[in-house]
Design a protein around this ligand. Structure first.
Ligand SMILES: Cc1cc2nc3c(=O)[nH]c(=O)nc-3n(C[C@H](O)[C@H](O)[C@H](O)COP(=O)(O)OP(=O)(O)OC[C@H]3O[C@@H](n4cnc5c(N)ncnc54)[C@H](O)[C@@H]3O)c2cc1C
Ligand code: HEM
Length: 399
């Protein structure tokens, strides 16, 4: 495969990205109007989604020589089944992609360029369709809401009963979709270790103007069905005898709670330090449970970090930074971080500065849209395609 020719034509396209994206979708939907149905309905949402699909396509092509690409594409193909994507759609997307690239490149688009992109797209589409065909998983799991606990106006804990077993590891997340917001999928962490009754908890923090989080926290009631995608995420317990630090902010507590439940089942030989951060003491919604664990478990120590009464939410992060700086032993630790992406990026940077081994700092936070001009977080997929730049914590960002 001629990676050089792909990259050089991609460089031209990048400079005309907006035009190329518009051309791509106009071409796709003109030739295949039925494909519109697969994308979220609202124009704003659709624009963002489309942008991401197009960006993903072009970035993947630019990374065809990356050894991690193939397993990633298998999973991506498997996961695309939940968007109702069928094998025959790939050719349509490939044709429109090449038409859009040709329009952007003008005279620079030669038969050799066209051939290189056609071949590259085929490799991607083959890997994705092979991943979809090989998967033993259902395209999605239907799950009934069996309980909805509200904590204040903005936090809801939903307990779901999936219709079929949902194999996952504590610390992982799933994509979630509701009929209330059709075709919109967002990742949420699973807030418990696997239970005998198969139920799973989602801890959802409502974002102002957030489509799915608002529907989940404010409207979703027991008896309703949600759809769950295949579990994913790499921030799962390593259990290799090192001391463990768990740092959770907001509903980033959900995966940490799942990991703690696993540790309660199979107690560790080493100490576990838990740091729980909230924008306000009122948002420590699981505090009674955490206090109880801290009382019962000799290996667990807990620190709560919240602003002083009436203080700015920023103070919580500052207090966490101070607490982490005063607690030594970082080089030996396995560190697990969970919370809003800017928070996680900032704390990951800090613990590395404190001497933690970067290979032992685990999190699934993705680049976040808030204030950074990026699309909202997507999890591993987007992280792989577009690794985050370090940037400062946005106090307005919450989860
Ligand atoms: C791996 C992973 C795990 C996650 N786990 C959880 C979880 O357990 N609980 C949970 O509540 N959320 C979690 N999230 C975040 C969740 O996926 C959604 O991004 C969030 O609920 C917002 O979705 P929405 O549809 O309501 O908002 P959207 O309609 O997507 O966004 C509306 C507006 O809010 C902005 N926005 C989006 N996210 C944020 C944010 N975090 N802070 C500030 N502004 C934002 C957007 O840029 C947009 O302008 C997780 C994200 C990832 C990547
Ligand atoms: C061939 C290569 C393709 C690549 C590399 C690709 C990549 C991506 C990526 C990375 C996303 C972001 C969300 C996620 O990770 O799941 C996405 C979303 C999406 N893709 Fe694809 N895709 C491809 C083909 C297709 C095809 C053929 C269709 C069908 C028309 C399609 C429909 C969608 C839809 C509807 C979404 C929106 C999901 C959402 O709402 O979050 N994709 N794609």
């Amino acid at each position: 495969m001629d990676v050089e020719i792909l990259k050089s034509s991609f460089a031209v396209v990048e400079r005309r990205a907006e035009h190329t994206v518009k051309f791509f979708y106009a071409h796709l939907f003109w030739h295949h109007p039925a494909l519109r149905e697969l994308f979220p309905a609202s124009p704003g949402e659709a624009e963002r989604q489309r942008d991401r699909l197009f960006a993903a396509l072009t970035r993947i092509v630019a990374r065809l020589d990356d050894e991690h690409l193939l397993p990633y594409l298998h999973d991506l193909g498997r996961d695309h089944r939940k968007y109702l994507v069928a094998p025959e759609h790939y050719a349509a997307v490939g044709t429109s992609l090449r038409a859009a690239l040709a329009a952007a490149c003008g005279d620079a688009w030669t038969p050799a360029t066209d051939k290189a992109w056609a071949e590259a797209f085929q490799v991607i589409a083959d890997a994705m369709t092979a991943g979809a065909a090989a998967s033993q998983d259902p395209p999605w799991w239907d799950a009934e809401v069996v309980r909805h606990l509200r904590y204040g106006d903005d936090i809801g804990v939903l307990t779901l009963l999936p219709h079929a077993p949902l194999p996952y590891l504590p610390g992982q997340y799933v994509s979630v979709s509701s009929e209330r917001v059709p075709q919109v999928w967002r990742p949420y962490s699973l807030g418990n270790a696997p239970r005998p009754d198969r139920t799973v908890d989602l801890h959802v923090s409502r974002i102002d103007g957030g489509r799915l989080s608002t529907a989940l926290v404010r409207e979703t009631a027991p008896g309703e069905r949600l759809r769950l995608g295949a579990p994913g995420g790499r921030a799962v317990l390593r259990r290799d005898g090192r001391p463990i630090s768990l740092v959770a902010a907001g509903t980033g507590w959900a995966p940490v709670r799942a990991m703690l439940e696993e540790l309660v089942e199979r107690p560790p030989d080493t100490a576990v330090r838990l740091f729980v951060v909230a924008r306000d003491a009122a948002y420590l919604y699981d505090r009674p449970l955490i206090d109880d664990l801290a009382d019962r478990l000799g290996w667990l120590s807990v620190s709560y970090l919240t602003p002083a009464p009436g203080g700015h939410p920023h103070q919580a992060t500052e207090r966490l930074a101070t607490a982490l700086s005063h607690r030594g032993l970082w080089p030996d630790q396995d560190v697990y971080l969970s919370g809003p992406a800017p928070f996680v990026e900032e704390i990951a940077h800090l613990v590395r500065e404190l001497g933690a081994d970067p290979a032992r700092v685990f999190h699934d936070a993705a680049p976040v849209g808030a204030g950074a001009g990026r699309p909202r977080p997507l999890g591993f997929a987007e992280w792989f395609l577009d690794p985050p730049d370090p940037h400062w914590h946005d106090p307005a960002a919450r989860r």
